[in-house]
Design a protein around this ligand. Structure first.
Ligand code: GDD
Length: 337
């Protein structure tokens, strides 16, 4: 029997990679999307444009329990990957209320609808390393206490607790992935890695002269989203539900990311990066580095991409796309072998 999966956030970076992964595995893939996305498909479903005739999209809003209930009632889903959220940390400082409403209630609505209609469906919640916040230990594992430092982080801790509680209280197969930062060429432009890779390519092509950033000292454990969606899938294939940290175990500062990205195109980042206080956050998460020993042992998961490969792919992909848009010859300008 063909397995049916529902992905919330299917139009995002992770949702698009996960949809590809599940389609390849023979799943019938359903996606929950906002109605505005269906009404403007060129702009809002860009990352899954190549999959539009292979996936089944349903209009719904995470803010509306009836809309979620309606879709869950119509199909006998085997697995649900709940990825949709307001996921930009800086925005959560600007409007904490919207972030909390969407992220906490949205997760609760999803869980409640599945409990009511499909309690056998396996449920994945996209937890985050942002939950560790002001970190209590280095590296962070499943047993590290949470100390979130943003409304976004707080909303993810609530989602994590809700998911665990549905597992314990109602005996549902609910798991939390505690994913550290994961990036790639499909990353949104508001996140620092894509902002850097895109601006580096623009500078190389003479389309920009400066890159304005906030805190260059913050350290992140950056992996590739394509590797991380494999872990989501593996978590739902286990005999028992559990929570897993997914990380590379390597951490780099924002400054180091800049250094590598500019060097990829033979540029020196110190000539172009300008510190702009507007991009600093009221409370910062200084150092994230994950210990994914459990996932490696139990799931047999490990990342394939190295840090250098990740940066190279992002910069070269932006350079190629911008060159195409500018009508220039597509060349791997100054690529470091
Ligand atoms: N976005 C952004 N823009 N970040 C900047 C900038 C800037 O101009 N300058 C410095 N930074 C720093 C931020 O202060 C932060 O310390 C770091 O770069 C990474 O920021 P983001 O790329 O926005 O990601 P994040 O770590 O806050 O959150 C991401 O990872 C989480 C997992 O830990 C998001 O993907 C979250 O949704 C995810 O849960």
């Amino acid at each position: 029997m063909t397995k049916k999966a529902l992905i919330t956030g299917i139009t995002g970076q992770d949702g698009s990679y996960l949809a590809e992964e599940l389609l390849q595995r023979g799943y019938e893939v359903h996606g929950l999307v906002r109605r505005v996305a269906l009404e403007a498909p060129q702009r809002r479903t860009e990352r899954i444009a190549h999959l539009l005739d292979k996936v089944i999209l349903h209009p719904a809003s995470l803010e509306s329990y009836p809309s979620i209930f309606h879709i869950v009632s119509r199909y006998d889903f085997d697995e649900c990957y709940h990825l949709a959220a307001q996921s930009f940390v800086a925005e959560s400082f600007a409007d904490g209320f919207s972030t909390m409403n969407t992220n906490i209630n949205g997760t609760h609505y999803m869980l409640a609808a599945f409990r009511e209609l499909r309690p056998q469906c396996r449920f994945y919640f996209a937890g985050s390393s942002e939950m560790f916040g002001k970190v209590r230990e280095v590296p962070q594992s499943e047993s590290t206490p949470f100390h979130p430092r943003s409304p976004y982080g707080i909303s993810k801790v609530a989602g994590f607790d809700l998911t665990r509680n549905y597992r314990e209280a109602y005996d549902m197969f609910c798991v939390n992935g505690i994913l550290f930062n994961h990036e790639g060429p499909r990353r949104g432009f508001e996140f620092v890695t894509r902002k850097i890779s895109h601006t580096v390519a623009r500078i190389k092509l003479g389309l920009a002269s400066k890159l304005r950033l906030g805190n260059l000292e913050a350290q992140r454990d950056w992996g590739h989203a394509q590797d991380y969606v494999q872990a989501m899938y593996l978590m739902l294939q286990q005999p028992e539900p559990d929570d897993y940290v997914i990380a590379t175990g390597e951490s780099h500062s924002v400054g180091e990311f800049c250094d590598r990205a500019f060097a990829e195109l033979n540029l020196d980042y110190r000539k172009y990066v300008v510190i702009d206080e507007r991009f600093r956050r009221p409370a910062e998460v200084d150092q994230l580095v994950g210990d994914s020993t459990k996932a490696r042992k139990v799931l047999g998961w490990r990342p394939k991409y190295t840090f250098d490969e990740l940066v190279r792919e992002m910069v070269q992909s932006d350079l190629e796309a911008l060159s195409r848009a500018e009508g220039r010859e597509i060349s791997r300008l100054g690529s470091v072998p």
